[in-house]
Design a protein around this ligand. Structure first.
Ligand code: ADP
Length: 551
């Protein structure tokens, strides 16, 4: 804008100066031409009067002050010329001014000479004898006057040009200052041109609109990130060029990626470089919803990638990332559990089937029938115990709420120890109960199962003549049941696995001792059912301590 105003001012002022000079020259030329013509007319009248009064001799004597005087007879023959011998001149009847003078009494003409750049002014008068007297004088033409004035005009033009430049510079600055000073964020109509008022008013309205929309946009963006950030699932949006448009921290965590630097644009592939992820994303970009399971940051995650379909093309993808570690673990556990259950059921059933088959076939000596019967009963007992344990566990798994009541754990422990005394006596194990009366509000059945399983193990895995001690009490606002024994103990490697279903530490040794491998699982689930925990400490060869802590 500065340049345009500046150059417009320069062009305009230069053109104005040039036009003014040309006009002045033209007017001057016109004025001087008219004066010269008037002078010529006066001279012609004077000379004609003198010729008529004194005759042609006057012409030969007189000084015409640089003017050319020609005397022409009717018919056009030149009889006198102040500059050339009349004999050398041709017939003048065809000269405009001469023709006019013969017919009308007077005549005039102007003739421009391109060689001399002068205009010749002619004036002719018809004398009483019918001859014509013509006076001619050279007068500088407009072009000649213009070229004569070129030098001073150029100087003047340079001076006016300089002033114009300065003026244009200062004017441009002054004109543009109020425009340059406009604060586009807070346009003030009073401080600018009134002509700009509609524009500034519009600008102000639009500013308000833009800031309202920005605020709205900011709010929805904050809301969007608040929602996505509170999601446990990973959430990613990518454009068709694979650039990440939105990505919550759960997605980064699940895909095992560090935080992305904010200043850089990242492709979705920078989140995970695995082939599976790449294939899944490319499928979605091709317009096909796809899913895959990937080893993620700390487990496994499932990727579900959906295309955002437009009528013409895929305009991006939405990717959801789910943590499926627990689900996969549960699936594995369930699979293992089913195969373990089948295995554990099959073993006693095979024994029962074999014994029964032999009995039915009469292959057993009468004195051995009783032993076979005992063996069948023993295996049936094992089956019943296994089924009871599975039922207890599945009840706990399903979180089936049983009735809660105030249970005195001290009293319950005493009752359980009494129930287990035949088992303890068989191994000469001494069972002790210590602590105090603790009343806990919970499920009597489950609490009974917890203490029974712990005490039964403490007896089973004890040495002959060993000790089992059950202690109930309260510490730190929590109820505790501790079952310790002086038994065989648990090797450190097995200690963290004993709460798994069907896990039996030191299989060869455990096989001799009856068990299902489900007892401690029931204890753990029973404690968790009440919102509590169970922990175990053990020293192989010295004994173990199991502590159940209930809130
Ligand atoms: P089980 O029916 O085999 O006793 P549990 O789930 O009750 O199954 O126990 C799992 C394993 O933990 C047992 O097989 C045993 O090896 C070990 N264990 C449990 N309690 C004790 C204990 N008090 N002393 C030594 N080992 C134990």
């Amino acid at each position: 804008m500065t340049n345009r105003i500046f150059s417009a001012l320069i062009v305009f002022s230069t053109a104005a100066a040039l036009a003014a000079m040309a006009l002045i020259t033209l007017l001057l030329n016109r004025f001087s031409t008219e004066r010269s013509a008037a002078e010529l007319r006066d001279s012609c009248t004077l000379i004609a009067t003198a010729v008529e009064q004194t005759g042609g001799d006057y012409l030969r004597r007189a000084d015409f002050g640089g003017k050319r005087v020609t005397w022409i007879l009717p018919g056009g023959k030149v009889i006198f010329d102040s500059e050339t011998s009349p004999g050398l001149l041709g017939n003048h009847a065809d000269r405009i001014e001469v023709t006019e003078a013969f017919s009308k009494g007077r005549g005039s003409s102007e003739r421009f000479s391109a060689t001399t750049m002068d205009t010749t002014l002619n004036y002719a008068l018809r004398l009483n004898d019918g001859s014509v007297l013509r006076v001619s004088g050279a007068h500088p033409s407009f072009m000649r006057q213009l070229s004569t004035m070129a030098g001073p005009m150029l100087t003047l033009l340079l001076i006016t040009g300089g002033f114009s430049l300065l003026y244009a510079f200062l004017s441009t600055k002054r004109i543009l200052k109020p425009i340059n000073d406009i604060d586009l964020d807070h346009p003030d109509i009073r401080k600018s041109y009134t002509e700009l008022a509609p524009l500034l008013t519009k600008l102000r309205t639009q500013n308000g609109m833009v800031s309202r929309q920005m605020e709205e946009l900011r709010r929805s963006r904050d809301q969007f990130s608040l929602i996505t950030e509170s999601m446990d699932e990973g959430f990613i949006i990518a454009d068709p060029k694979m650039n990440i448009l939105a990505c919550n921290s759960a997605a980064l965590r699940l895909l095992g990626t560090e935080t992305l630097p904010e200043d850089n644009r990242h492709t979705i592939f920078s989140l995970n470089r695995s082939d599976g992820f790449r294939k899944c994303i490319l499928n979605a970009m091709g317009g096909v919803s796809s899913r895959c399971i990937l080893p993620g940051g700390k487990g496994e995650c499932e990727i579900i990638a959906n295309p955002v379909n437009n009528p013409d093309a895929v305009s991006g993808i939405v990717v959801l990332v789910f943590d499926v570690t627990e689900r996969r673990q549960l699936e594995t556990m369930r699979r293992e559990f089913t195969s373990n259950v089948s295995h554990e059921l099959k073993t006693p059933l095979t024994v029962i089937y074999g014994s029964a088959d032999m009995l039915a076939g009469g292959l057993v000596k009468p004195e051995d029938v009783a032993d076979f019967g005992k063996s069948i009963r023993g295996e049936a007992d094992r089956l019943i115990k296994l089924i009871e344990d599975i039922v207890s566990l599945s009840k706990l798994d399903e979180d089936r709420v049983t009735e809660h009541e105030d249970v005195d754990l001290y009293e319950l422990s005493g009752e359980i120890l009494r129930r287990l005394s035949p088992q303890a006596e068989k191994k000469s194990v001494t069972c002790l109960l210590s602590g105090s009366k603790v009343v806990y509000n919970g499920s009597r059945t489950i609490l009974d199962e917890i203490i029974t399983n712990l005490c039964s193990n403490a007896i089973k895995y004890n040495k002959d003549g060993g000790i089992v001690e059950v202690k109930t009490g309260q510490s730190g606002g929590k109820t505790t049941i501790t079952v310790s024994d002086s038994g065989i103990g648990i090797p450190p490697a097995s200690l963290k696995r004993i709460f798994e279903r069907f896990y039996r530490a030191d299989k060869s040794r455990s096989r001799k001792i009856e068990g299902t491998g489900l007892g401690l699982s029931i204890v753990k689930h029973g404690a968790e059912y009440h919102g509590g925990t169970v922990s175990a400490e053990s020293t192989p060869g010295k004994g173990s301590i199991f502590t159940v802590t209930l809130p």
